[in-house]
Design a protein around this ligand. Structure first.
Ligand code: HEM
Length: 336
């Protein structure tokens, strides 16, 4: 499905199909239109281009860990997991960090599946408002951030118009915040119960990039929708044009034909195949940034805190279903 945009389109990414959903560039575009925007954005997301963010990510991680370390426990999602990616995003796009809490609450509310469509629409409008303000600010006063560069960029001999800028900004907002939080939370929950892997990450921080990939494979959490353009048959199942279908990206990493014992998390696989960052032309543009955030986070966590465990709160774990799955809270503890 992800390899055939001619049959499985990205133009509607909601189930059931919602024609009024805000347009997001480039994820809601099909070929050939998608390519030019992807080419425009790619240079800011290549590994070389984001390398310079590493010291800032490390600084924020150190700061966040310092606020919880002496307590010996934390609610990971609220106190750490959701905070780090927001700071990174805000810095990258030139948003003032003083508005951190406002940003955070909008992201949390927008992704909350318990909200009605109307409520979510309201949050989307507020997010758009913030992005619009940031664009106006950067048009008047350009800085070194990605948004300022986008405002001035040459796109096929012209500047991007307001609608295009808003639409790119909205996607970056949604794609870069919640996802990294979820990857960290699922990863930390696993690690809380896997002492051998924790020890390996403490003893040999060079294995952390491999651990990040293996945890992404085991706990891939995105199921991305596609809109069926023409009647087609998939694995014997007839699909009707005009319907939407969900591609559960986790099934690639869990495929026992691609790797043995896929339910196990191990650093000793010859290769780690997964589609947690998607596949095909829409493969995650933020993949290097996400990996950099995750690797930096684990490196500092293990250096400052070391071993930790999941605290039994007596409550069942709350998972948020949907196309981007989440573990809503995770209580962790460690020995002081
Ligand atoms: C662990 C974190 C992340 C995960 C698991 C993830 C996952 C994904 C997946 C599965 C897709 C493909 C969706 C589809 O085919 O419909 C995607 C696309 C995308 N992601 Fe990510 N993402 C992450 C972090 C980020 C970050 C940090 C950014 C940037 C700030 C970002 C920006 C994007 C963009 C712009 C696209 C659309 C690319 C296109 O249409 O060409 N993502 N992501």
């Amino acid at each position: 499905m992800l390899q055939h945009p001619d049959r499985f389109s990205n133009k509607i990414l909601s189930i059931p199909p919602n024609l009024d959903a805000p347009k997001m560039i480039p994820i809601m575009l099909d070929p050939p239109e998608h390519r030019a925007y992807r080419q425009l954005l790619r240079p800011w997301f290549e590994s070389k281009a984001i390398e310079h963010l590493e010291p800032r990510i490390a600084e924020w991680t150190e700061g966040l860990i310092a606020t919880i370390k002496d307590k010996g426990e934390c609610e990971f999602v609220r106190e750490l997991g959701s905070r780090l990616p927001i700071s990174v995003f805000m810095e990258m796009f030139g948003f003032p960090l003083e508005r951190f809490e406002e940003f955070r609450s909008l992201v949390v509310n927008f992704f909350d599946v318990n909200r009605s469509d109307e409520e979510r629409g309201g949050y989307a409008m507020q997010i758009m408002g913030l992005i619009g303000e940031a664009i106006a600010l950067r048009q008047a006063e350009p800085g070194p951030d990605v948004l300022s560069q986008l405002v001035r960029a040459d796109f096929e001999g012209r500047k991007l118009d307001q609608g295009e800028l808003m639409s790119i900004g909205f996607l970056m907002f949604l794609a870069g915040l919640d996802t990294v939080t979820n990857a960290m939370t699922f990863g930390m929950r696993h690690l809380a119960h896997d002492e051998a892997l924790r020890q390996r990450m403490i003893d040999d921080p060079d294995c952390i990039p491999k651990a990040v990939e293996e945890l992404m494979r085991r706990y891939a959490f995105v199921a991305t929708p596609r809109y069926i353009v023409q009647d087609t048959v998939l694995e014997g199942v007839p699909l009707k044009a005009g319907e939407c279908i969900l591609a559960p990206t986790m099934m690639v990493g869990w495929d026992a034909d691609l790797q043995s014992c896929p339910e196990q998390v191990t650093l000793d696989r010859p290769t780690c195949k997964h589609a947690g960052f998607g596949s095909g032309i829409h493969t995650c543009l933020g993949i290097h940034l996400a990996r950099l955030e995750l690797v930096t986070f684990y490196r500092i966590w293990f250096a400052r805190i070391g071993h930790f465990h999941e605290v039994d709160t007596g409550e069942p774990a709350h998972f948020r279903p949907g196309s981007v799955m989440t573990l809503e809270s995770l209580q962790l503890g460690w020995t002081l």
